[in-house]
Design a protein around this ligand. Structure first.
Ligand code: GLC
Ligand code: MG
Length: 532
């Protein structure tokens, strides 16, 4: 390691999550080890070498806790256990140890805004109005005409209130009726949930991705949500109203501060928030004193039109909005949105990966995106996602981005010996084994990108500056006092002259020679990283 690398690594070593690349695993679809068609913890452990070869630093697992799976694990019935479909706590401990042996960090999903309606706390809460845990959830009387306390609509359609016949009150649910909202105003509930954070940290977990945090403190007595003047039916029922009183309420920030304080009781843990809303709202979750999330998820690329000028514009807007000392982060895909290879088009998948992995900040890479996986077509009989079932036909369903990993040739593509829980969709460039052996594959390119990112301090901690953006070309610098690299992205299917020269460090086009180049002309859909 030369002195430049050494200095940069020392500077960043204080906060591992600043230079880390996070890889999101959707456990149901990663690797099945016991032949039930659903991925599990032992399956993840068996694929850790693949992840090390890929070159990521941390894995984040979507929920693996006991759950009736009404929302595939985001309906938790025991915060301190492992669902049998995924394995046991012993399997989990082994996975943590195996990750740490390889130098990988492991992050879990923490789902604080709601539990499952099967959680023992909720069973108690709904058992009678006088139960000591009644107030652990949000109960309200009906209006005089019997209707719910306000007009709020659930994230998956339908009222966000569910009538409980036995006790004659409504309970609040932000998502499904099977996901009753927890009442963080109750001190005992609050203490019990904060203890869950300690439980997993004591087991060696390196951080948490905190689910649906914008919904943690709904102000149910504040009244109806106002209609959304810009609503159109294709947006789905939830957006017919602005979530002015239900999301991003002041009390929510106090709750996140408590989570952060507990997180800070343990060294080197990272707290990531699933923040959504306006850019200002996302930024507000850093906290004025940087005392909330280390990384409030930045979802700007998820909904962006795939256009060079547009994306450069939003990168600049985001950079400018960051609070002093706030560390940026980028997300290109996850289990809730269509695949990037489909959103940007398969030809642009390499450009998109280059963007994610060279922008300033911590990237989160979604499983399967490294193979260029596209949205699957899910036949109606195979639909699993409750959102699609409740609000069909609008394309809101999330199954297309949740299909199993295709590992190798043969039945089940190495994912499972049984019928997979969602249909298998083969990436256009083939399964992981085939792509591993093909130097020109998207997998090979992403490995090379991750390796370059490791070797090149500019890409880890250098500053960001736009050089050029428009007409399908986006060029930016990542610089340190010692030097800079320049990222050139061709968002079009025609050649693009950059007018730049330098040493080609990496190209998405395997045919491009490395070494010095002048008057660089990008091939269609090409990404090049230069040292100037
Ligand atoms: C988050 C999760 C999503 C889940 C929802 C409810 O948005 O990412 O998958 O359905 O919260 O927990
Ligand atoms: Mg299994």
């Amino acid at each position: 390691m030369d002195t430049l690398n050494l200095a940069a690594c020392q500077a960043a070593a204080a906060d591992w999550w600043k230079t880390a690349v996070i890889y999101q695993i959707y456990p149901r679809s990663f690797q099945d080890s016991d032949g039930d068609g659903v991925g599990d913890l032992a399956g993840i452990e068996s694929r850790l070498d693949y992840l090390c070869d890929l070159g990521i630093d941390a894995i984040w697992l979507s929920p693996v806790f006991p759950s009736p799976m009404a929302d595939f694990g985001y309906d938790v019935s025991d915060y301190c256990g492992i669902d049998p479909v995924f394995g046991t706590l012993e399997d989990f401990d082994r996975l943590v140890a195996s990750c740490h042996d390889r130098g990988l960090k492991l992050l879990l999903d923490f789902v604080p805004s709601h539990s499952s309606d099967r959680h023992p706390w909720f069973l108690e809460s709904r058992s009678s109005r006088g139960n000591p845990r009644r107030d652990w959830y949000i109960w309200r009387d009906a209006k005089p005409d019997g209707s719910p306390p306000n007009n709020w609509i659930g994230e998956f359609g339908g009222p966000s209130w569910t009538w409980d016949e036995a006790t004659g009150q409504y309970y609040h649910n932000t998502f499904l009726p099977e996901q009753p909202a927890l009442n963080w105003q109750n001190p005992e509930l609050r203490a019990a949930m904060l203890e869950v954070i300690r439980f997993w940290y004591r087991r060696g977990v390196d951080g948490l991705r905190v689910d649906a945090i914008t919904h943690v403190a709904p102000d149910v007595d504040k009244g109806d949500n106002p209609p959304n003047p810009d609503w159109a039916p294709h947006m789905g029922p939830t957006h017919s109203h602005l979530q002015a009183n239900s999301k991003n309420q002041p009390e929510g920030y106090r709750i996140v501060r408590l989570m952060r304080q507990v997180s800070d009781e343990f060294p080197d843990r990272v707290l990531i928030g699933e923040t959504s809303g306006s850019l200002g709202e996302v930024m507000s979750y850093y906290g004025d004193a940087l005392d909330l999330f280390h990384l409030p998820f930045n979802f700007m690329l998820l909904r962006a039109r795939w256009d060079a000028a547009e994306i450069a514009g939003l990168v600049e807007t985001y950079e400018a909005a960051l609070p002093e000392g706030g560390w940026p982060n980028w997300v290109l895909g996850n289990h809730d949105i269509g695949r990037i290879a489909s959103r940007a088009g398969p030809a642009q998948a390499r450009v998109a990966a280059a963007l994610l992995l060279t922008l300033r900040g911590t990237p989160t890479l979604y499983q399967g995106d490294e193979l260029g996986l596209e949205n699957a077509v899910i036949p109606p009989a195979a639909v699993q996602d409750p959102w699609e079932k409740r609000v069909p036909g609008l394309g809101l369903g999330r199954d297309p981005a949740r299909t199993p990993m295709a590992w190798q040739p043969g039945e089940g593509a190495g994912f499972s010996s049984a019928d997979p829980w969602l249909p298998l969709c083969l990436p256009a460039e083939g399964d992981a084994a085939r792509q591993s052996a093909a130097p020109g594959s998207i997998l090979a390119f992403i490995r090379a990108l991750l390796q370059l990112r490791r070797e090149e301090p500019c890409l880890q901690i250098g500053s960001y500056r736009t050089r050029q953006a428009g007409d399908g070309l986006y060029v930016f610098d990542r610089s340190m006092p010692e030097g800079a690299v320049t990222v050139c992205l061709n968002f079009t299917s025609r050649p693009q002259a950059t007018g730049l020269g330098g040493e080609v460090l990496l190209s998405s086009d395997p045919a491009r020679p490395r070494g010095l180049s002048s008057g660089l002309v990008l091939a269609p859909d090409e990404a090049v990283i230069l040292r100037q």
